[in-house]
Write a protein that binds this ligand. Structure first.
Ligand SMILES: C[S@@+](CC[C@H](N)C(=O)[O-])C[C@H]1O[C@@H](n2cnc3c(N)ncnc32)[C@H](O)[C@@H]1O
Length: 254
């Protein structure tokens, strides 16, 4: 799993991290709940803490809910190594039973990164994620994009699978597809609207990163930096949302 501080991993996390950090900074200035803008952040399906630990490093209090005991164990160790153990709490749980383990309406920001595509019922899962927010809270949602998968299957020569993903209601390319659901900017916006939030910004994530041969990025001097800058430049352009591997959406109550 990645760490926004490491260059190779930052190809997966840089765009999301920059958008999230700005949103938390803005929220911290207006939340007015004590200690220098410190927020209560919930990371649903937060895993080993790719985002939770850097968010805690910003001074926020983070609760991670994840069904995997192994991930929570790794999270605890990682938080301790980063010196933020007192601000990171790991809880075993599931988005479908979220309020068995955390407080409804108790969080200034809720992250749901790389999770919605795996949950049984994405609409119900997202409603719970949204219901964990305080009235003026911010949602950071990252989910698998349909177009990126179609492009990747086609470029690998799997043309029938690429077409199958296009027509399958869940955006799956076949029986062997490990991802149960994929989304477009439109379907994610619709789910967010149904859950009671207004979409603020949409970013396309990993538009090129997964398609470029690693050797081009790892051996050419300056190539990694240039690719990161290119990813940042296209992330906001709607034309590229439809081919991104993941879509990131920031949303708030209207
Ligand atoms: C791809 S990882 C993403 C981890 C982290 N959010 C990140 O961005 O690095 C997916 C995570 O979702 C968790 N997960 C899977 N199903 C879940 C569910 N129904 N509710 C909550 N978390 C779930 C997994 O245990 C795993 O840690």
């Amino acid at each position: 799993m990645s760490d926004p501080q490491r260059p190779r991993a930052s190809l997966r996390t840089a765009v999301v991290w920059d958008v999230l950090k700005d949103a938390l900074d803005r929220r911290g200035k207006t939340a007015g709940n004590g200690a220098a803008g410190a927020l209560d952040v919930l990371d649903t399906g937060g895993g080993t803490g790719n985002f939770a630990v850097p968010v805690a490093r910003l001074g926020h209090r983070v609760t991670v809910v994840d069904p995997s005991p192994n991930a929570l164990f790794a999270l605890e160790r990682r938080a301790a190594e980063a010196g933020v153990a007192e601000r990171v709490r790991g809880v075993q749980g599931d988005v479908h039973g979220l309020f068995d383990v955390v407080e409804r309406g108790g969080y200034d920001a809720v992250l749901c990164h790389g999770v919605l595509e795996y949950v049984e019922d994405p609409a119900a899962g997202l409603r719970n994620v949204v219901d964990a927010l305080r009235p003026a809270g911010t949602l950071s949602l990252l989910a698998a994009g349909l177009g990126g998968a179609v492009l990747a299957r086609a470029l690998a020569g799997h043309f029938t699978e690429a077409r199958q993903a296009l027509t399958d209601p869940a955006g799956r390319w076949g029986e062997g597809d490990p991802v149960p659901h994929r989304f477009t900017a439109e379907t994610l916006s619709e789910l967010i609207g149904e859950a009671g939030l207004e979409v603020g910004a949409i970013h396309g994530v990993r538009v090129f990163a997964d398609l470029v041969p690693g050797v081009l990025v790892d051996t050419e001097p300056g190539a990694m930096e240039a690719l990161l800058r290119l990813e940042a430049a296209v992330a906001e352009l709607p034309a590229f949302h439809s081919v991104a591997t993941q879509l990131h959406v920031l949303a708030e109550r209207g």
